[in-house]
Design a binder for this molecule. Structure first.
Ligand code: SF4
Length: 338
């Protein structure tokens, strides 16, 4: 599909997701994995997406990358508009996912890193060959230039002796180094947007802190945007500028990170804060959120959080709440704020 006229001014919006609905068609029924989610990703900013597993965070990311296991998983409506640096705009949902244009966007403009590095790294090729191949796929450079660039990015993600380690296979590296190598591969083409899906969950705390610091430095250096998916509010507090909270495929709250930490409004967000240990709240009793996430095949009518919500009212069990802007830039989908 041809790039259209740019509809938004160059106001730093790189990606605009509008009323996205992604569903899975299974033998047991239809799963509404992403159910009407809207947000924007802005240049040089980190958007954190938080929620329990199964809340639709990763499916939102796979929808943007057009990496859903089609035809079982499908974007059924909504738009995902990407604004390339060279101008114009393109609705990703209307592209053929195997098309040259989608392949160019994926990797060159929007790169993704996963919790498990072996999802991206091939065990039978050296780290260097894989990064060089990614660079040459998206940039018109010779192998020597690509090799220099690969060493440079490995150095930027703190892999020691990159000129030697470039010849190693993934299994010769530690878990933390493999994670860094995957980040290096994603960064090697200077993407405008990096989608990081639980990038440090499998690592120990010290390495996790180092990698997050590293990602933040690189993000500032490149002016890149990051969409950071995590279940960990601590990671969100450390990294994000803006936060979106998801519950069972729906966005329930969105705010600037400081505002969200100081003033969480949705009962689910409040429950998340009460259930995790955070620095500065030492000695505070942790209270897990009662009940469990409803089955995607048997969702309650109205607000999906109602069966677990300590403040649920009659209307909550009948009708889903609309989204209200309670403070400028602070949105919440809850009847309490009508
Ligand atoms: Fe609780 Fe009702 Fe708000 Fe849902 S809409 S979070 S049930 S108060």
């Amino acid at each position: 599909m041809a790039v259209q006229e740019r509809e938004l001014p160059a106001n730093e919006v790189l990606l605009e997701v509008k009323d996205l609905r992604t569903q899975f068609f299974t033998e047991q029924g239809v799963v509404k994995a992403v159910d009407g989610v809207s947000f924007t990703i802005k240049k040089g900013k980190v958007l954190g997406i938080v929620g329990e597993s199964g809340c639709g965070k990763s499916i939102t990311a796979l929808s943007i990358m057009r990496l859903l296991p089609e035809p079982r998983g499908k974007i059924v409506s909504g738009t995902i508009t990407f604004y390339p640096p060279e101008g114009g705009s393109v609705d990703i949902t209307r592209l053929d996912r195997h098309s040259a244009e989608m392949r160019r966007i994926r990797g060159r403009h929007i790169a993704m890193i996963f919790q498990e590095p072996m999802t991206s790294l091939n065990p039978v090729h050296t780290i260097g060959d894989q990064i060089i191949e990614a660079i040459q796929l998206h940039q018109d450079v010779d192998k020597e230039t690509a090799r220099k660039r690969a060493i440079e990015v490995l150095n930027q993600v703190d892999i020691p002796h990159p000129e030697r380690r470039i010849n190693e296979y993934p299994h010769q590296m530690s878990g933390g180094q493999r994670q860094r190598a995957m980040i290096a591969m994603a960064l090697s083409c200077y993407p405008s947007i990096l989608i990081a899906d639980e990038p440090t969950t499998a690592l120990d705390v010290t390495i996790q802190a180092k990698i997050l610091r590293n990602m933040r430095d690189l993000q500032r250096q490149y002016g890149m945007a990051i969409m950071l998916i995590t279940h960990d509010l601590g990671v969100i507090g450390q990294m994000a500028d803006e936060v979106l909270v998801m519950y069972v495929g729906r966005k329930v709250e969105q705010a600037d990170v400081r505002e969200l930490f100081l003033n969480p409004l949705h009962p689910y967000t409040q429950g998340l804060f009460r259930s995790i240990p955070l620095i500065g709240l030492k000695g505070k009793k942790l209270v897990p959120i009662a009940g469990s996430v409803p089955s995607p095949y048997n969702l309650p009518p109205g607000c999906y959080f109602a069966p677990r919500c300590p403040r649920a009212m009659d209307i909550c069990r009948q009708e889903a709440p609309a989204e209200y802007e309670v403070e400028p830039g602070h949105f919440v989908s809850c009847w309490l704020y009508k």
